[in-house]
Design a protein around this ligand. Sequence first.
Ligand code: WT7
Length: 660
Amino acid sequence: MTTKNARELTEASVEARLAELLQQERFAPQEAFAAQAEITDPEIRARAAADPTAYWAEQAGRLRWSRAWDQVLDSSEAPFYRWFSGGTINVSDNCLDRHVEAGRGDKVAYHWHGEEGETRDITYAWLLERTARFAGALRELGVGKGDVVGIYLPMIPEVVVAMLACTRIGAVHNVVFGGFSAGSVAERMEVSGAKVLVTADGARRKGRTAPIKPSVDEHMGPEAVPSLQRVVVVRNTGIDVPMTDGRDVWFDEVLEAADAVDPEPMDAEAPLFILYSSGSTAKPKGILHTTGGYLTGASTTHRQVFDLHDDDVYFCSADVGWITGHSYIVYGPLANGVTSVMYEGAPDYPHKGIWWELCERRGVTKFYTAPTAIRACMKWGVEHVAPHDLSSLKLLGSVGEPINPKAWLWYWHVVGGERCPVVDTWWQTETGAIVITTLPGLDAAKPGSAGLPLPGYEVQVLDAEQGGVVEEGEGLLAIPRPWPSMLRTLYQDPDRYVSTYWDRFGPTTYFVGDSARRDADGYTWVIGRVDDVINVSGHRLSTAEVESAIVAHPAVAESAVVAKADDLTGQAIVAYVTLQGGTDASADVEAEINATIADRIGKLARPKRIVFTQDLPKTRSGKIMRRLLRDIAEERDLGDTTTLADPSVVDQLQQRWQQG
Ligand code: WT7
């Protein structure tokens, strides 16, 4: 599709322009953008900082509460903070009923686009009708307040219906990304005690149909997940799947049969959802978010950072299975009554320009994606972008990992036509909502830096040894004040919540787990994780989790997993593996190890490279020296290796590495 606004972009012209732009340190908002921006008051941060609880109360007040709160912030049991205590609110009411009652039922919530070119316009009224009925169906299946409902679905509108239906009756959803394996879903269902799982017959991926239900059956029998009573199956691909009598029901049938139910007023601190995320150990952390504070944080930040206007068409390319999808595909956009584009497929299917085709076709104004995707687009070439008229775009967002200045500039020049502010948004599953970025109508962006804390937040860089505040320089990122959308605990593991986030700096300063640099203007430059979390294409994985999947293979004796810098994915996984005596390294063993990882975690956790070795570099006390393994993979000089029990191990490893 070539249109009148196609631009004359060639690789050479882009390369030349990026070389010029690389000289520019700051990108102030364009006048045309600033003139229409919602937030232009340079004092907004100072005003919020003068009285943060009053500021957050004002933001929360934009939502519809069924009962007003008694106290904005209760810190009496820090670090178990409570926000809006005494208040009651329902999330689905705020995302749906409120808009429909205001006469906006016909507004499109999602322009859904399927892989094969099909499209569905999902209105707010439609979503409300389905959500209210599915909430009734869940109740009839025995789901009550506080019960956990697993959701394992592809990017289809039903995933939103399932999530909102849970919030309507106070059930706690536990969404698992469709790219994770059924084995990993089973683990997350088991540890969260899920009562019901909502899944699909199958999913479509790049023109093929992958069955989901059969693998769910295989991994989620009564022994594996004793709490699981019901499985609700969305007819998505229409493939034939086995249904277990008395346990499995079809989504459309239970929905048809059910009566619509009204939103249940929920305590502001009632659990809203659990999202499992990787930490330092092999056991994923069940990050728990609650109702009133989370919705306040997600809706406020979405409105501010994306400079929302009523006629916006917003497109976030994430998957709902991640926190980005929760906060910025579902809750933020719906609470704000926005029209979004939802795309089912991969960014390169049916062709490498599909995102830009959708932007053109739907007149997308705000687009939000990840640095790894931008780098992939750069690699695919400007010819996939140039034919599309992207003149509707007004703002571009980035999330998931530090964005390298070149990718930032490419995004700004090629996609945004040097017209659209780029907001680099730093946050985490734990923070629930964006914490650091630039306000697009107000702040200059510096490519590579996320920017400044949003109003109502405070962020610090602390000295790693002394803990003192670093005004300018490197240290550990910390948030020294609670915020409404912060995680409340780790599900059924409050001790781990305290030890992971609050032991380092005490119960009032949240330990982020990232290192960062603060510059003279107070801008934050995130460097990366300081724990054993790896970030592959913005997907968070733990080295321990991958190691334990690898050693599950019977031939493996020991494994050490490290992250290596990667031009495309940010970081890539490298696994060093020793085999049991008697097993020789071979392509077969390697393929089996990869299959084990795919089965236990998901394909996304397969290493970029597996290096078989006789031995791992260990200290005399037997500790694996991961730093050396990273140095080998990044082909750096190894420096001092004399503390190793057997220094010759690293020479062998270096040779192995170079042999490829
Ligand atoms: C970790 C959180 C927030 C949704 C996606 C990831 C890294 C995230 C940025 C950014 C530099 C970033 C951090 C953080 N990260 N956004 N804009 N610049 N780093 O959520 O899976 O919970 O991962 O992602 O290291 O701690 P997550």
